[in-house]
Design a binder for this molecule. Structure first.
Ligand code: IMP
Ligand code: MG
Length: 183
């Protein structure tokens, strides 16, 4: 999609590529799949990964029926537009995991490093099951061997902001998704 809509963040230009309506439709499709797959599961535990997934976790869980627990952890791996090496420490995981059916919610899975780190931490708490739901997935960048079961949209390996995703702290509040466009 081409668009004239742009934003400037820290002096760099980003061009709108995925409008809010498309994100809402994609979120709805993921929610339907999760609702069907977890129909017989008592109280699944949704764990959103902060900061990026705050918006998608809200939009996704609003669309899920039945009793559901929603919790958040924090784990950051990006500074600027380049990977900053190993993911940082996981904070916020409570002792509520054992025997639970967990759905990890991410804004975007890029290399998969962050989620891999999180999966390892979760496994030590012995959940009954763990699946990943991500709004965006970069197939050309992903190099791990775990399965990302619920993928909203597959996107090229370009830096994007909006709908929770940031460029050095800015852009998370944007309802549409923008791609860096000032080379
Ligand atoms: P991964 O560990 O490489 O999979 O990166 C995961 C995290 O990096 C995501 O949860 C985001 O917070 C961040 N990230 C990855 N790609 C982008 C991007 O294009 N824009 C903004 N943040 C990103
Ligand atoms: Mg994230």
């Amino acid at each position: 999609m081409t668009s004239d809509k742009t934003v400037k963040l820290h002096g760099r230009t980003f061009r709108m590529v995925i409008p809010a309506e498309e994100i809402a439709a994609s979120t709805g499709r993921i929610a339907s799949r999760i609702a069907a797959d977890y129909a017989g599961v008592p109280v699944p535990l949704v764990i959103g990964v902060l900061d990026g997934s705050f918006m998608f976790t809200a939009e996704l869980t609003k669309r899920l029926p039945g009793p559901l627990e929603v919790s958040f952890v924090k784990l950051a791996s990006y500074e600027g537009t380049a990977p900053s090496g190993a993911p940082r420490e996981l904070v916020g995981l409570k002792g509520e995991i054992e025997g639970r059916h967990v759905i990890v919610v991410e804004d975007i899975v890029d290399t998969g490093g962050s989620v891999e780190h999180l999966l390892r931490s979760l496994a030590s708490h012995r959940p009954a099951s763990v699946e990943i739901a991500t709004l965006f997935f970069k197939p050309d960048s992903f190099r791990k061997d775990f399965t990302v079961k619920y993928r909203g949209m597959e996107i090229p390996d370009d830096f994007v902001v909006g709908f929770g995703m940031d460029y050095d702290g800015l852009g998370r509040n944007l309802g549409d998704v923008y791609v860096l466009d000032d080379e």
